[in-house]
Design a protein around this ligand. Structure first.
Ligand code: FES
Ligand code: FES
Length: 168
């Protein structure tokens, strides 16, 4: 059983009880993905599974046999930061940075959801093929990612500058 992490194949742990989060952090030393609550409430552990955002603390590593996982370590292109990473710097999207890896992965997954027309609680036209990422849409869709430093305004600004209605 193996999984591809940031483009590199890795053997899955034989113990089926190991969470994907612990597998990433403790076995592969990919400590960019953070453990906040470890019970699905904070979003710090968000990674992408085949482009879909998931909470790695609630996922068992063994479930991801044959899948493609992207963590924050896989967002930059060599020495070039991902545009959203640059926007977080430019828009003061973090203070301590603990929630940031989850915020980044979650935002990238969130944009893909909007492109597929997946509605949120605040979407007016639920039948629309694509959802425009207004500030309200971004706020609602990112509400599962908490920031104890209160950097939410900068986070929303960074996402809006990269993917929002004025960026498109
Ligand atoms: S550590 Fe996974 S949601 Fe908080
Ligand atoms: S920047 Fe500190 S928790 Fe978000």
């Amino acid at each position: 059983m193996s999984v591809t992490i940031n483009g590199v194949a890795a053997g899955l742990p034989p113990d089926p009880r190991v969470s994907l989060l612990d597998f990433l952090r403790e076995r592969l030393a990919l400590t960019g993905t953070k453990k906040g609550c470890n019970q699905g409430g904070c979003g710090a552990c968000t990674v992408l599974a085949d482009g879909v955002r998931i909470l790695s603390c609630l996922a068992l590593a063994a479930q991801y046999d044959g899948r493609r996982i992207t963590t924050v370590e896989g967002l930059a292109d060599g020495g070039t930061l991902h545009p959203l990473q640059r926007a977080f710097i430019e828009h003061d999207g973090f203070q301590c940075g603990y929630c940031t890896p989850g915020q980044l992965c979650s935002a990238i997954g969130m944009v893909a959801e909007a492109e597929r027309g997946v509605p949120s609680h605040v979407t007016a036209g639920v039948a629309d093929e694509e959802v425009v990422l207004t500030a309200d849409e971004i706020r609602e869709r990112m509400s599962g990612n908490l920031c104890r430093c209160g950097a939410h305004n900068g986070i929303i600004d960074a996402i809006a500058a990269t993917y929002g209605e004025e960026a498109s």
